[in-house]
Write a protein that binds this ligand. Structure first.
Ligand SMILES: [Zn+2]
Length: 127
């Protein structure tokens, strides 16, 4: 059947998105700051991402009024060496996960369209 590939792709991207999500939370738990916090019995240490985000939010001016975007502050933090490699991986995995989510969304709407066509061909009822 010609729609078989859609179902194969759907299964693939569902698994891929899950894998990326798990890899992301594993990397997050490896964050240097979080690990250092655990050693000092501080369990609520922020990740590098949360720290940069907090600093970005608390500065005057927002991206809508010409302030830096989070991405700009993040890249600056990377060049200053103030974020660990795990947090860089977390954001990378997150981007990949969102791309996988968009692929999945496209596949789902294609499946929905086929379903609607089949329903019409069957006279619109579900008998
Ligand atoms: Zn980190």
């Amino acid at each position: 059947m010609k729609h078989q590939q859609l179902f194969i792709d759907h299964a693939y991207w569902t698994a891929e998105r899950k894998r990326l999500q798990e890899a992301g939370s594993e990397e997050m738990s490896k964050c240097d700051r979080v690990q250092a916090g655990l050693e000092r019995f501080k369990f609520n240490e922020k990740t590098c991402i949360e720290s940069v985000h907090e600093a970005w939010r608390s500065q005057p001016g927002d991206p809508y009024s010409g302030g830096p975007s989070f991405e700009e502050d993040w890249l600056e933090a990377i060049s200053e060496g103030s974020v660990c490699e795990h947090c860089i991986n977390v954001r990378d995995l997150r981007k990949q996960r969102m791309a996988a989510g968009r692929k999945l969304g496209g596949i789902r709407s294609a499946i929905t369209r086929i379903g609607q066509r089949l329903a019409k061909a069957n006279g619109g009822g579900c008998d």
